[in-house]
Design a protein around this ligand. Sequence first.
Ligand code: SAH
Length: 459
Amino acid sequence: MIGLALKKNEIYNAEIVDYTTEGSGVCKIDGMAVFVPSAAVGDIAEIKILKAAKNYAFGKIENIITPSDNRISPDCSVFGKCGGCIFRHIDYKSELDFKQKRVYDTLTRIGGINGDLIGNIIGADNSEHYRNKAQLPVTLDSEGKVRVGFFAPRSHRVISLDDCKLQSKSFDKAVRIFLEWANENHIQPYDEGTHSGILRHLYLRYAEMTDELMVCIVANAKELRKEKQLVQMLAENLVNLRSVVLNTNTEKTNVITGKMCRTLYGEGYITDILCGMKFRISPLSFYQVNRSQAERLYHKAAEFADLKSDETLLDMYCGTGTIGLTMAKRVRNLIGVEIIPQAIEDAKSNAAENNITNAEFICADAAIAAETLKKRNIRPDCIVLDPPRKGCENSLIDTVSEMSPKRIVYVSCDPATLARDVKIFSEKGYFVQKAVPVDLFPRTPHVETVVLMSRKIII
Ligand code: SAH
């Protein structure tokens, strides 16, 4: 029986029985689902109702009566406030179980695929300091000093990054120098309310294998006062500094970077090594934030692609060319498609740098490029799809199916849109052969999945 509506501020005893896709605990109180952040499946706890809607409620743990066997004590002072980590309170094995189940449930229920085709999740050896990219909002603290940090979830409140367990340690010193410069020279943070001020984000990138650091300042301006002094301070104190870039973003938007970049020091990019190859990364180009797990993901994608030397490979949403280029030596020719011009420039340079001569890169929207390639009568044997979270457009799925590749390898960072898309592909005659989740984002609810689809053989 569905009970009466739960009351705000009322406390109930309940057991956490599941997680939401975002990693919140779920319990049932009087038949109603209550979402409880930072709770672990198996916790029996006193839950205080914070907000009650008609069919669900949000609560928080007031007191744990019996802790879950999977609980560990969180080792970060801002866990639960910062929103970066969702899982510092359960062991990594339980986190992987959650991710496996999330992918399994989504692909079987929404995607309609047979659960036996889903392999075990590839977990990370290292779940700390794996992030090679930080985009830190700049703000003033209560004493009027410039500082940087993360936004708390669903708010614009900034939390400092002093001891972040996910970010690369190589960022700490760059942050200190940047703040010293900004405070000494009274360079004002950008205020989104009044659209005034200068400093929007401190954007840092690190190439783990080459130990190269990039500092990019995102500003509401085309130049910075005391810009030379900043470069000098960074260069004198950071032995691994390779590039300092000023990115201009004068729009009223919550998109972090603007389109214009000006190099203040170095080449304007850093170079990392991935799957034994060199990759140049510019500020506006995508690069996986967890390098070592990205390698495992790409190895799995290559295994699924099972390429032959006379085949044509099409790498859709190719970024700096990483997936396709790591497979290029196995095929006759490679075509990469990507919408960001800087990423395409990187991809071309990456091909040359790695002596790959059978690759062509096209800067265009994936769906439009697919249509053009089809008209050019290009018939790839294998197509890799690695779209952003929103997945593939229907028209792209149509064209890809019409090109009739033997194999489609779909790399996805969102199980829900992946499941939706594999269902559409199945209506076009492409069926999932295998799927494997890969954990690129330990301690967060995000999970990557790689799927192999093949054409239905009609006998
Ligand atoms: N395969 C790459 C990048 C994957 S991220 C890698 O593994 O590193 C997804 C990429 O899709 C981003 O580079 C993004 O710029 C690009 N993208 C987003 N929308 C697109 C579109 N409509 N057409 C083509 N590329 C797009």
